[in-house]
Design a protein around this ligand. Structure first.
Ligand code: AIR
Length: 419
């Protein structure tokens, strides 16, 4: 997709913003070459933009920084604060419809966009429910979906009372803006409650608490729904987390067909409950008693669906673009018996330039994705790697080994830098 793009020019525009423009701008929007605005410029915007380009769409992004992952692959990138209504409205003028790649844009700002006549998918009202994890849980519960016990909190004493009632450990969460291990903490006992409350900033932002679910597996499913009511799902996958950060995704999850069907049905029901359109990730817990509880919904493409780029006929990213345009959806079945996706996480803080890609590049079947972030931080998602094949244990071992050989921001890299 980078082919044919000129270097970025910087054009000053209103509201103190900078538009970074690639030179292939359409003069006007035409029905089959829409301009899609994505709020946010991280790796999820980058992969959506790459899929949209294949369908001939243009992508405009807005993000607080110029050098974010999406900037180098979109037709127009604007630097600005998406939570500023005026800034967002000015940017939205250049787009035929708006979607997003994270849940951090305030629903009230999206509502203002809708009131100004812009089409936003998922809608502002869906985002208002989903972006507040406490409201999201209440909505799921009200629609008859099983979730772990949870409660709103006003103080560390409330947290202690909940743990004493439901048993320790418990999971303390920020109601808004938590992701990838940020904004979540497992609290093992009453003695840790006050410190956990302070570490998550409980005096300044709203927290809630959930009972720890004694799961045997964490599962996820991607659900796609179009505005005109078509819907489809991808296979159920198993996800493995460490410190609340996803490390490995296995597709398909090893489940009996009845359970798999149950997960699909629950995934669809959960997205219907929030009236979601576009692509949604639904994370679930499977207990030893084969009970399925919903953990969280993500109103966007999701890390547990990255494997679909190579393992399915149509990726989650392409299907999200098709869905928001109300175009026919692509195939979601696996093209290979198994697929493994391993995240490439920052191994330390420092410049993000990846080191030691050669081993992964030398594997003829490894699909390597580097997100192009400027800086590495410990545990930050810097890329991912997917392997498809016959034998899940063998591809898992290979994928993990290859992922371990790649370094971002750790001491090995500093050692290799010229003095
Ligand atoms: N993201 C959004 N919600 C959860 C995740 N992981 C993706 C989006 C966002 C990026 O992570 O693509 O822009 C932010 O990653 P980072 O490393 O900059 O914090």
């Amino acid at each position: 997709m980078g082919q044919g793009l000129e270097p970025l020019d910087q054009l000053p525009v209103g509201f103190g913003l900078t538009i970074m423009s690639n030179s292939n701008q359409p003069e006007q929007s035409i029905q089959d070459r829409p301009i899609i605005g994505i709020i946010g410029g991280g790796q999820l915007a980058r992969m959506q933009a790459m899929a949209a380009a294949r369908l001939g769409c243009y992508i405009h992004t807005i993000e607080k920084t110029a050098d974010c992952p999406a900037a180098s692959v979109v037709s127009q990138h604007q630097v600005g604060d998406w939570n500023d209504t005026k800034t967002l409205e000015a940017w939205a003028q250049s787009c035929d419809l708006i979607t997003l790649e994270n849940e951090f844009v305030e629903a009230s700002v999206l509502e203002a966009l809708e009131e100004a006549g812009h089409q936003v998918i998922p809608s502002a009202s869906t985002m208002a429910t989903v972006q507040d994890k406490w409201k999201q849980k209440r909505c799921l519960e009200a629609n008859g979906l099983k979730v772990p016990s949870f409660s709103q909190l006003d103080s560390p004493e409330d947290l202690t009372a909940f743990g004493n009632q439901h048993g320790w450990p418990v999971v303390l969460k920020k109601r808004k803006e938590g992701y990838d291990g940020k904004g979540n903490a497992t609290v093992k006992e009453a003695g840790e409650a006050r410190q956990a409350w302070q570490e998550l900033g409980g005096d300044a932002c709203e927290l809630f608490v959930e009972a720890f679910c004694p799961f045997v597996k964490e599962l996820a499913i991607m659900v796609i729904r179009t505005p005109s009511g078509c819907q489809t799902t991808y296979p159920v996958v198993e996800t493995e987390q460490q410190d609340h950060i996803c490390h490995v995704v296995t597709a398909p999850a090893s489940l009996n067909p009845e359970l798999e069907e149950q997960v699909r049905a629950l995934g669809i029901k959960a997205v219907e409950a929030v009236q979601g359109t576009g692509c949604f990730g639904v994370e679930m817990f499977l207990t030893a008693q084969d009970e399925i509880l919903i953990n969280e919904l993500a109103p966007r493409v999701h890390n547990s669906g990255h494997y679909t780029i190579e393992a399915c006929a149509c990726s989650q990213f392409e299907n999200h673009i098709r869905a928001i345009l109300d175009w026919p959806l692509g195939g979601t079945e696996l093209l290979h018996p198994h697929a493994i996706m391993v995240n490439l996480l920052g191994k330390g803080d420092g410049p993000a330039m990846p080191q030691d890609l050669r081993q992964a590049l030398a594997d003829p079947e490894a699909h390597l994705h580097i997100y192009g972030k400027k800086d590495s931080r410990l545990g930050r998602k810097m890329g991912h790697l997917t392997l498809c094949g016959q034998d899940p244990a063998a591809i898992r071992k290979r994928a993990t080994r290859l992922a371990d050989s790649i370094h971002f921001g750790d001491s090995l890299m500093l050692k290799n830098q010229p003095q």
